[in-house]
Design a protein around this ligand. Structure first.
Ligand SMILES: CC(C)(COP(=O)(O)OP(=O)(O)OC[C@H]1O[C@@H](n2cnc3c(N)ncnc32)[C@H](O)[C@@H]1OP(=O)(O)O)[C@@H](O)C(=O)NCCC(=O)NCCS
Length: 193
């Protein structure tokens, strides 16, 4: 996937963070992240071949995001030169204003404010380069770090579902966030800056 813009910002340690689109050549790294037990338990991801991941990454272009074509778009978070995590946004197949979010910080970069800042930058990018205005995210009730990230960003709880787990049903919280530009917020009293 190609996006013309990469947004730079600084983390709490004053290192340069940047968001760049994921390319097919990132497939092996993304596969390793997906296979990390921490990620596979929190996101319940199926194991996928690097070919499948690369195909998905090459199928979603910047123009698809701009036009609101249903696809999954992935960004890599860079801390300096080092990949520090990823964010994926899956556009709804019916309504291009709706999308579902998933994300993970790599282990060595966790707990340093990176995901909160990366998502903040991504939301600005979505506001300027896409039609996405309603973001959904799902999170197990025990995933306190992710709950903290979502609630810091202003996500509101929409309800809970139950999913089968190895030791019985597990509760998943459904979260939602409305993105709004300054102009939209002024006209509708909308929520996110
Ligand atoms: C959830 C995840 C993305 C958070 O990334 P991160 O870069 O560590 O996030 P941040 O540092 O921006 O914020 C983490 C917050 O959780 C808090 N936190 C850390 N450990 C915690 C714990 N055990 N209990 C409660 N809060 C905790 C941090 O203090 C911080 O909040 P603060 O800024 O108010 O202090 C990361 O832990 C991860 O990749 N987990 C596995 C994948 C995952 O869960 N993805 C989301 C699926 S819904």
């Amino acid at each position: 996937m190609l996006l013309p813009l990469a947004r730079s910002f600084s983390d709490s340690l004053n290192q340069i963070l940047a968001l760049r689109p994921a390319y097919p050549r990132d497939a092996r790294m993304i596969q390793a992240w997906r296979r990390d037990s921490r990620t596979s338990t929190t996101l319940r991801l199926f194991d996928r071949s690097t070919k499948e991941i690369a195909r998905e990454l090459s199928a979603a272009t910047a123009i698809d995001l701009y036009l609101g074509h249903a696809a999954k778009f992935t960004w890599i978070i860079l801390r300096g030169e080092m990949p520090a995590g990823w964010i994926a946004v899956s556009l709804d197949s019916v309504d291009p204003q709706r999308a579902e979010l998933s994300y993970a910080t790599s282990r060595r970069h966790e707990g340093q404010g990176i995901m909160t800042q990366a998502l903040t930058a991504l939301f600005r990018q979505l506001l300027s380069d896409s039609h996405v205005r309603e973001l959904a995210a799902r999170c197990f009730t025990w995933n306190t770090r992710s709950i903290r990230v979502l609630e810091k960003l202003g996500f509101a709880r929409d309800g809970e579902d139950s999913l089968p787990g190895a030791c019985g049903p597990e509760r998943v919280i459904r979260y939602g966030l409305t993105l709004a530009t300054d102009t939209e917020r002024d006209s509708k009293g909308a929520i996110w800056r």
